[in-house]
Design a protein around this ligand. Structure first.
Ligand SMILES: Cc1ncc(C[n+]2csc(CCOP(=O)(O)OP(=O)(O)O)c2C)c(N)n1
Length: 942
């Protein structure tokens, strides 16, 4: 055992150990015992320039241990005594930070060598006291370094050295100081101008956190110097306009035009489905690189933190190269994501934890996201005590081993040091970093709000608290660096810039609505998706080529044998759902379109049907056929996701809008769980086009169908999706055959450029392997996706048909497998494969084919207040007119999507089928259907 030159915590630990050994040699392990038998603690004196202390007596050991522990306490808990609040509140402090708490005095420290404290401060100190005082200035000043939770020694050592070396402090020479003063003047004057010009108008001023802008400048410039070419910033309302103006370079004229609200004068394009959004939600991109990097800020809904996974997904996509077969390559250096959080929202919103949890997962990492908490010490009216249970707003980040720097936003140099540390750490370790920028909020939550109602004392202090610009200008004036007259000239300069922009404003011209033109009608319907069987056979056979010596699991071998022959006979129903999906994906990749497929357990597939990834049964190695087949011309990536919906769907949405040329597919474990992502669906996926002119094309695979598995494994809640459907914002499909699925996926890939829309697919569960769902190879070679499928059997007797039943998905299979179907000659079953957009033309054609209709039935498995009924009803009524009545068959209105009992389920399914075919019973006259539970099934005797 070589004990080497000791420093800091090591010294403390070793000396503690040595003291134990001295008192009882048996209390340490044999190797340590042996080392200590020939060692004395004077070996600690290595590099000190101070008079060497002879540390050999027990009392000396106690003093040395005390000194080492004091140094360690300052490093670990110094942030608790740091003066982080610009408003001057007392820091909590910690007893372990006092010298006395360690049983020693300042005089004791003066007799000890500085090397005992260790780190860069030791090198310039004459003794331990001197070094400790320097540590106090570093750790207990206006910066609180909070990194002791970082477990990886290399990272922690780097952070310690970075904090203690002062290497990241900005040089505040005249040039730098003036530049910084100039910047914070620009930031402050912008807000003051808006305040004066639009009194009372909401702008969510940055004031109190003005240093956010120079901090962003420093991070972006630093990252660019390390090779970043694209910065993506996610942020909420606070300070957004200022960041848009000064970091994204959004012209003042455009922002001022938005304050004038020019929509009233004709910019509204409701004809294109565009509704716009409030100005502090708008996104922007720089027209060209700023320094060396482009900067983008995606639009953001009010839902705090919801943009977090979107930004990291965008960053992932921006750094991904996917144009070659195999897995895509990700280069995190190219893209820098920055997330600006609220101090109440960060700890409070679960999506933050979901996003942080993605940060180190393969397939989701960004090589480090820089987080900034814009900490104004309030959330609307709520205080920190009311907002979080952690000590700091940033507490959550500790669990993810993210280094944290708390910094007083009134100390410009400290803020810039934090920024420099952040990007250097990211550049070195490729990991997340968090800056807790602690300031205050000069006005109320918004500018029309009275904050003194709830925070009277705080706002008394704020009323007399000078701005960071004024403080810094004073400081520079006193130092003689920048005279006061010069700083006043800066204020005037920026006021006059804004006044000029305002005077020459032409709101109708300066305001540019981000409208997306819809594709010409019928684009999707005309899309050709057929693939000749010969080509499919070649691709299929290439997909079966496993690496030499690869051992498949025995049970999977049988499936692979079947898969080999899946296209053998063009007219045999051999193509099941999984085969159709794999062939669709393979042909899309062969067309040069990269695919990304993620979701919980997607590699195997929840229902053990996909097996897109094989593991060698002997050595565990991975084989992904879609990454290695010979015809591939683009990458394929598939990732089992973290157990998250809101976070992962947000991530995929971001990936999708950043890389719209990739087919991005997210699969729910069961469709029911998608409501965990309801915020992302509502605020981004289905409304992004109407609010922000974005054109997402994300695909959702949502296992759906009533199979007796209870209320949480039956319904993907199509009613929620349909409620959001408004013509040009999404497609919802519930298709019934493997061939339809094949054409649908291929159509989506082809529409990525021409007519992108999010696609929701209600996918089968038990039907994945059902013969009724399987298709013939020839169906892949001919045709295309059909939004409505007419009843082939009924075609020969159209005049006899009294009832057309319209239905969708699995319930169709229940109908055609029923006894009633075999005997009934008067009922035709028409499948509505696409629910939204409403396939009116195809449905009209189908209904027109039956001249003798007595009624049309909408059949669904879901309760009447769920499923597609509410969406279909008005549109079908309009389509059918007074030709015949429209009736409903389905479960009665219910608070829960399905029964919890499998037997009860079967009862209801049977009743559905019976009512559907029953042309004569009074039930057919009544829209209300379905049984109550039989007493025997409820288990109740009453
Ligand atoms: C998900 C969500 N819940 C509630 C709100 C309403 N709301 C808007 S701002 C705000 C306070 C946010 O506080 P903080 O995160 O500290 O940011 P600040 O406004 O102080 O900058 C609240 C509760 C919201 N916008 N989003």
């Amino acid at each position: 055992m070589t004990l080497g030159p000791f420093e800091g915590v090591n010294a403390g630990y070793v000396l503690e150990l040595y003291e134990r050994y001295r008192q009882n040699p048996e209390s340490v392990d044999p190797a340590t015992r042996e080392a200590f038998s020939s060692w004395t603690p004077t070996e600690l004196e290595t590099t000190s320039t101070a008079a060497p202390a002879d540390v050999t007596t027990p009392n000396d050991v106690r003093v040395v241990v005390g000194a080492a522990n004091l140094a360690e306490s300052i490093r670990r808990y110094g942030h608790l005594a740091a003066r982080l609040d610009p408003l001057g509140s007392e820091p909590p402090g910690d007893p372990s930070l006092s010298t006395r708490a360690h049983g020693i005095t300042d005089d004791d420290l003066k007799l000890l060598p500085a090397s005992l404290v260790g780190g860069p401060v030791a090198e310039s100190s004459s003794n331990a006291y001197d070094a400790i005082e320097k540590l106090r200035r570093i750790y207990c000043s206006t910066t609180g370094f909070d990194y002791s939770h970082v477990f990886v020694p290399e990272e922690r050592t780097w952070l310690r050295h970075a904090a203690e070396s002062g290497r990241f402090l900005p040089p505040l020479d005249p040039a730098n100081a003036l530049e910084l003063l100039d910047r914070i003047t620009q930031v402050e004057v912008f807000e003051r101008f808006l305040h004066r010009t639009f009194p009372g108008k909401t702008r969510f001023s940055i004031e109190g956190l003005d240093m956010l802008v120079p901090v962003l400048d420093a991070i972006i410039a630093g990252a660019a110097s390390h090779g970043a070419r694209h910065t993506i910033i996610g942020m909420a309302h606070r300070g957004r306009l200022n960041v848009l103006a000064h970091i994204l370079e959004k012209p003042y004229a455009q922002i001022l035009a938005e304050f004038k609200d020019p929509v009233a004068a004709g910019a509204l394009r409701i004809d294109l489905g565009w509704m716009g959004d409030v100005k502090y939600h708008a996104g922007a991109s720089t027209a060209g690189p700023v320094g060396h990097t482009y900067v983008t800020m995606p639009p953001n809904p009010s839902h705090l933190e919801a943009v977090d996974p979107v930004v990291v997904g965008m960053a992932r996509a921006a750094g991904t190269v996917a144009d070659r077969p195999g897995p895509p390559r990700f280069d995190g250096v190219l893209t820098l994501p920055i997330l600006i959080h609220g101090d109440s929202a960060f700890p409070g919103q679960g999506i933050v934890a979901e996003t942080l949890n993605l940060s180190r997962l393969s397939g989701y990492g960004t090589s480090g996201t820089i987080h900034i908490i814009a900490n104004n010490q309030l959330g609307f009216t709520a205080t920190p005590d009311e907002s979080y249970s952690t000590s700091y707003a940033s507490g959550l980040a500790r669990g993810f081993k993210i280094p944290i720097v708390h910094v007083n936003a009134d100390d410009p140099a400290a803020c810039l040091e934090a920024a420099r540390l952040a990007w250097e750490y990211r550049a070195r370790f490729g990991l997340d970093f968090l800056i807790d920028l602690i300031g205050y909020r000069r006005f109320g939550h918004n500018e029309g709000d009275e904050p003194a109602f709830t925070q009277p004392l705080m706002y008394q202090r704020i009323a007399t608290h000078t701005t960071v610009r004024e403080r810094f200008a004073d400081q520079l004036d006193q130092q003689g660096t920048v005279p006061r007259a010069q700083s006043e000239r800066l204020v005037k300069k920026y006021f006059s810039e804004l006044e000029q922009a305002f005077a020459s404003l032409e709101p109708e011209k300066d305001y540019v609505p981000p409208v997306s033109e819809p594709a010409p009608a019928g684009t999707a319907a005309r899309t050709d998706t057929a693939v000749p069987v010969d080509i499919l056979r070649e691709i299929n056979s290439a997909l079966q080529n496993a690496p030499d010596g690869f051992t498949f699991h025995k049970k999977l071998e049988r499936g692979r044998e079947r898969r080999k022959a899946v296209l053998a006979n063009p007219r045999e129903r051999t193509v099941d759902w999984a085969a159709a999906e794999e062939l669709a994906f393979a042909t899309i990749i062969a067309d040069g379109i990269p695919i990304r497929l993620t979701g919980e357990d997607v590699e195997r597939g929840t229902f053990s049907h996909r097996h897109a990834v094989f593991y060698d049964a002997v050595n565990g190695s991975r084989f992904v056929p879609l990454q290695s087949f010979e015809q591939a011309r683009a990458s394929f990536e598939i990732h089992n996701s973290a157990l998250s919906e809101n976070g992962t769907v947000g991530f995929e949405f971001g990936y999708n809008i950043q890389e719209p040329s990739h087919l991005v597919v997210w699969e729910a474990q069961y469709g029911d769980f998608i409501n965990g992502a309801q915020v992302i669906l509502d605020q981004f996926v289905t409304s992004a086009r109407a609010k922000w002119g974005l054109q997402p094309s994300l695909v959702f695979l949502l296992p759906h169908g009533y199979e007796g598995q209870g209320p949480e494994h039956s319904s993907a809640r199509p009613e929620r999706i349909l409620q959001a459907a408004a013509g040009i914002n999404l497609r919802l499909v519930n298709c019934t055959t493997a061939a339809q699925y094949f054409h649908l996926l291929r159509r989506q890939a082809k529409l990525l450029q021409k007519d992108p829309l999010p696609l929701f697919v209600l996918t089968p569960k038990s039907l994945l392997r059902h013969p009724a769902v399987a298709s013939m190879p020839v169906e892949l070679e001919t045709g295309r996706f059909q939004s409505v499928i007419d009843d082939e059997e009924a075609r020969s007797r159209v005049k006899n048909i009294r009832r057309v039943v319209l239905c969708s998905g699995k319930v169709y299979v229940d109908l055609i497998g029923s006894e009633q179907r075999r005997t009934s000659t008067e009922v035709a079953i028409v499948r509505v494969e696409q629910l939204a957009p409403f396939p009116g033309v195809a449905l009209r054609a189908a209904l027109d084919a039956y001249p003798s209709l007595r009624d049309v039935v909408w059949l669904q498995e879901e309760p009447e207040n769920m499923g597609a009924w509410d969406f279909m009803r008005p549109q079908l009524e309009e389509l059918i007119g007074d030709r015949c009545p429209l009736r409903y068959v389905g479960r009665a209105r219910s608070a829960s999507p399905s029964e919890g009992s499998s037997a009860w389920h079967q009862l209801n399914q049977r009743a559905l089928v019976e009512r559907t075919f029953d042309l004569g019973s009074p039930v057919a006259e009544s829209p209300k259907v379905l049984s109550k539970p039989a007493r025997s099934l409820t288990g109740s005797k009453r």
